[in-house]
Design a protein around this ligand. Structure first.
Ligand code: BGC
Length: 359
């Protein structure tokens, strides 16, 4: 080899070595984030918050959205994160039971996986789970209806209908389960009446948490049970989240309800649209899950994993994914209504006044 080309080769080799060393420290290490959809406000915020916080801590981030809840796209994106040597992969699954195969590859390459918000089922490749206390989300929603309808101090009966989310999302077991742990006794003693008779999780599910599907089901319930401002009184609709609540609201507006007689509707996420609906008297409450908190927790846990430190968890008994209990960190959900939204959402810098301007 001529002397000049030897120098070039040596220079190139040292550059590669330098880059390699950089990868070995926490600076520049690559992490993957796989989010389910961009069509719901919360996942955009989750993704953006995590990316910003990882980058602030010196990580390189591969953030991907699985089209609009498309399972094959999510699988392909995770495969790519494994192939390109992400050191931790954070996943909010489209379908909690569809990642078993792809995650075998992560396990083979010793890449830890953190299930984000939704538990990934039937995979021993899941190292940790970070979420909000999902059962508590459900109990807060149920308690809200119990108190707003004064179920303890009045006889009723009150007519309600029940909606939860996607059957492939493990979270609905906790949301719906938590809410029913509060509401079921009142259904049993006749103070709450579900005229449709649809009270099982399967009957109340909303595929893909879709606003349109929820609207269709609510329209059918209105027709079948004669609900309406001048028809059978509908006192409340339990909804597990905001995208579903918005469909219910649309159907009720279509049936002629106004803020003077609007049934109480619960929700979760404090989506801008739903907060505006609260301000318009078309949704009674939502649950605020500050995605900045969850993002910060996941960045912290990833950093601890990568640095070989003890990982911060606060629940080691609740979330079994079929292969055993996954050590979890549960953040606190908070109850939001028109009375405290300013403090929770605006003063905390989550939204601006303009974000929530009702037109
Ligand atoms: C999340 C909710 C969200 C829903 C729909 C659930 O897994 O916990 O915050 O509203 O998915 O995307």
């Amino acid at each position: 080899m001529r002397k000049k080309s030897l120098i070039v080769v040596l220079l190139a080799a040292s550059l590669v070595l330098f880059a390699g060393c950089k990868q070995g420290g926490s600076d520049g290490v690559k992490v993957g984030i796989s989010m389910p959809t961009q069509s719901l406000q919360r996942w955009n915020q989750d993704g953006a918050n995590m990316k910003a916080q990882f980058e602030k801590a010196g990580y390189q981030v591969d953030l991907q959205y699985a089209g609009d809840n498309d399972i094959p796209t999510q699988v392909a994106q995770i495969e790519n994160m494994i192939a390109t040597d992400c050191k931790v992969i954070v996943i909010a699954a489209v379908d909690g039971s569809s990642l078993t195969e792809v995650l075998k590859q992560a396990k083979q390459k010793n890449i830890p996986v953190i299930a984000y918000d939704r538990l990934i089922m039937n995979s021993d490749a899941v190292s940790y789970y970070a979420t909000f206390d999902n059962f508590k989300v459900g109990t807060i929603q149920g308690e809200f209806l119990r108190d707003a309808l004064k179920l303890e101090s009045t006889d009723g009966p009150y007519n309600v209908e029940l909606f939860t989310g996607s059957p492939d999302d493990n979270n609905i077991n906790f949301f719906f389960g938590g809410a029913m742990s509060i509401l079921q006794p009142y259904i049993d003693n006749g103070k709450l009446v579900v005229k449709s008779g649809q009270t099982s999780k399967a009957q109340c599910a909303t595929p893909n948490w879709s606003t349109e599907e929820a609207q269709k089901r609510m329209e059918n319930l209105i027709t079948a049970n004669g609900y309406g401002p001048t028809g059978t009184k509908l006192h409340a609709v339990y909804s597990s989240n905001d995208s579903v609540a918005q469909g219910i609201t649309n159907a009720l507006i279509g049936a002629g309800y106004t803020k003077e007689n609007f049934p109480l509707i619960t929700g979760q996420d404090c989506d801008k649209t739903s907060v505006k609906n609260m301000l318009k008297g078309q949704q009674a409450m939502s649950i605020f899950k500050d995605t900045r908190t969850l993002a910060a927790q996941v960045v912290k846990m990833s950093d601890q994993i990568i640095k070989g430190q003890t990982v911060d968890v606060n629940d080691t008994k609740t979330y079994d994914n079929g292969t055993g209990v996954i050590p979890s960190f549960l953040c606190e959900p908070v109850f939001a209504t028109v009375d405290n939204y300013k403090k929770l959402l605006i003063d905390s810098g989550y939204y601006t006044e303009a974000d929530l301007k009702v037109d």
